[in-house]
Design a protein around this ligand. Structure first.
Ligand SMILES: NC(=O)c1ccc[n+]([C@@H]2O[C@H](COP(=O)([O-])OP(=O)(O)OC[C@H]3O[C@@H](n4cnc5c(N)ncnc54)[C@H](OP(=O)(O)O)[C@@H]3O)[C@@H](O)[C@H]2O)c1
Length: 334
């Protein structure tokens, strides 16, 4: 069996890659074709439809796992065409190939297809209303897959983090490393943090299952970014990474404007996933604990690199409201 994995250098792609070898030959792709962890990858820029057609024709995959996406939520507001090309048009192209060749497509979408007031967890059958360019481009990608038909699984996930890449956990750890005594974090957006490793495990468990369709797949439970930050700091203290937890000061979305609007409530109901496959993702507390248990060596390296950088730049500002903190917090919501 041949498995084409796009976005092999992303959070989810990296988490999936090792386990895929049990199912067949993996053809990992990255935008630039550079090796990942010393393993070769095929260059595939999803904004280039000719290159995508060539890679699909050359690989002739039995399974396409599309873990690549334009995920810069705020940047997408000023680059709508690129977001659309990667998150919608390329996905449509993969979906058409998949339906025509009888392969299987695994794709990831987002809780940001929803907007609206806080309420009950969103189900797959609820009407979507994406408020951002990113959300709209991902929604169109979903639509193209559903219209093309064939054998597909779309997993809508949310608030993904791992020890690799750009995500909220990494941002909080970087801020810890710089010695902030207090941090202002958004407390009026509610969602479900999802460990990339837990999502990958679930995908591997369901990979050969014949069910097709759209499934919500997030860590169990829910919290706000503020609650997420507090739990990260508690674990960091328990692991001995910090002596004192910084104070987390709740702020509103209004106080912290971002280029892209975010849903106030984007908790996803995962019951369809459980009833269809008999499995799901663990509670987000457990995902975070396991992810952070693997942290120490990486984190210590990062601390010393950061401290070296800071002293070289003469910048040891720990003021809670400094620009570094505010700027980083803006990019942390996905
Ligand atoms: N992260 C979240 O919080 C979150 C939440 C909900 C849903 N999702 C969805 O989950 C999936 C996986 O996300 P993730 O967190 O693993 O994202 P990620 O860490 O940002 O990885 C995305 C990957 O896509 C690649 N990519 C971006 N533009 C590309 C292009 N033009 N051509 C080829 N590759 C390109 C990136 O490559 P480079 O490294 O070269 O840029 C990166 O490796 C995505 O579908 C995303 O929309 C994510």
């Amino acid at each position: 069996m041949k498995i084409l994995l796009t976005g092999a250098n992303g959070q989810v792609g990296r988490a999936l890659w090792p386990g895929l070898h049990h199912f067949g030959d993996v053809i990992p792709t990255t935008r630039d074709g550079h090796p990942v962890h010393g393993m070769g990858t095929v260059a595939l820029d999803l904004a280039n439809n000719r290159q995508l057609a060539q890679v699909l024709d050359a690989a002739r995959p039995d399974i396409i796992i599309n873990a690549a996406a334009y995920t810069a939520v705020d940047q997408a507001e000023s680059e709508p065409q690129t977001a659309q090309a990667v998150n919608a048009e390329a996905v449509g192209q993969m979906a058409e190939y998949n339906a025509r060749h009888g392969s299987r497509l695994i794709h990831f979408s987002t809780d940001y297809v929803f907007s609206g007031p806080a309420g009950a967890p969103w189900r797959e059958t609820d009407a979507i209303a994406p408020a951002s360019v990113y959300g709209q481009s991902k929604a169109l990608g979903e639509q193209y897959i559903i219209e093309a038909g064939g054998d597909y699984k779309i997993f809508r996930t949310a608030w993904v983090y791992s020890l690799h890449g750009h995500n909220f956990l990494k941002t909080m750890l970087r801020l810890l490393a710089t010695g902030h005594r207090s941090l202002r974090v958004v407390d009026d957006q509610t969602g479900s943090p999802t460990a990339a490793a837990d999502l990958a495990r679930m995908v591997l468990l369901t990979l050969t299952h014949p069910a097709t369709g759209l499934f919500h797949a997030t860590g169990g439970g829910n919290t706000t970014w503020c609650g997420f930050a507090r739990r990260i700091f508690s674990h960091a203290q328990r692991l001995g990474l910090i002596e004192h937890k910084p104070e987390v000061i709740p702020v509103t979305t209004e106080e912290y404007p971002t280029a892209a609007p975010r849903p106030a409530y984007s908790v996803l109901d995962n019951s369809k996933l459980h009833t269809t496959f008999g499995c799901g993702l663990p509670h987000w507390h457990s995902g975070l604990q396991h992810t952070m248990q693997d942290l120490s060596p990486t984190y210590l390296d990062e601390i010393s690199a950061l401290r070296r950088g800071l002293s070289a730049a003469g910048d040891a500002d720990t003021h809670p409201n400094n620009r570094r903190c505010r700027k980083e917090d803006r990019v942390l919501n996905q």
